[in-house]
Ligand binder design. Structure first.
Ligand code: PRP
Ligand code: URA
Length: 209
């Protein structure tokens, strides 16, 4: 599918299976999400541009590769996005962070915004939106709408699971935003949950219900 990358690395798929299992504990779920986020971060940043700088090793001088451009922004869609965010910050500790508070209205499945805070200079930065679930994509579309309204032009969306319906909706609304996911599942159920999925990501991460 154009603009969609499925990260099918065996370690990602193995960890994802354990996360899907309803017997996996809250602590286990959180730990696995953090571990998977390291592997997904590796993929979503694979083509970042490099420049070089001169350094002194203990033995000699060399022109060594280093990331080019302004610091990345990771935009976490609350609550569950924070489970991906933590591991990504382990790999890119200097990244800036945006928080976008959204919840799904249970009846309409529309995204309702309750919080937004981001670095002010989004124009010249790569913004990677993180949320484990892309179901109807209403939340993802709303998050990207908001970031674009604040000046972001270079955006990627990273999730763990996506429904085909959500990918189609998201790509129609934001064809310029590539999607990275560990799996494209079968479909949505009548309540807008991903099947087979893993349940409610926020509840499984935080032990709420
Ligand atoms: C979940 C998930 C996404 C959204 C996906 O959040 O983390 O943000 O649902 O569904 P959608 O694609 O149909 O919009 P939820 O609204 O349950 O909030 P929470 O993370 O606070 O539990
Ligand atoms: N949000 C979730 O957490 N899980 C789903 O399956 C759909 C939306």
């Amino acid at each position: 599918m154009q603009g969609v990358t499925v990260v099918d690395h065996p370690l990602v798929q193995h960890k994802l299976t354990i996360m899907r299992d309803k017997e996996t504990s809250t602590a286990g779920f959180r730990r696995l999400l953090r571990e998977i986020s390291l592997l997904l971060c590796y993929e979503v940043t694979r083509d970042l541009e490099l420049t070089t700088r001169i350094i002194e090793t203990p033995l000699t001088t060399m022109e060594a590769p280093t990331l080019e451009g302004k610091k990345l922004v990771f935009a976490s869609v609350l609550r569950a996005g924070n489970g991906l965010l933590d591991g990504m910050l382990d790999l890119v500790p200097a990244a800036r962070v945006a928080h976008i508070g959204l919840y799904r209205d249970q009846e309409t499945l529309e995204a309702v915004e309750y919080f937004f805070k981001s670095p002010s200079d989004l124009e010249n930065r790569l913004v990677i939106v993180v949320d484990p679930m892309l179901a109807t994509a209403n939340s993802a579309v709303a998050a990207v709408d908001k970031l674009k309204s604040r000046g972001a032009t270079n955006i990627r969306f990273l999730c763990l699971l996506a429904a085909p319906e959500g990918i189609q909706h998201f790509r129609e609304m934001h064809p310029d935003v590539p999607v990275f996911t560990a799996s494209i599942d079968e479909r949505l159920n009548e309540h807008g949950y991903i099947l087979p999925g893993l349940g409610d990501a926020g509840d499984r991460m935080y032990g709420t219900k």
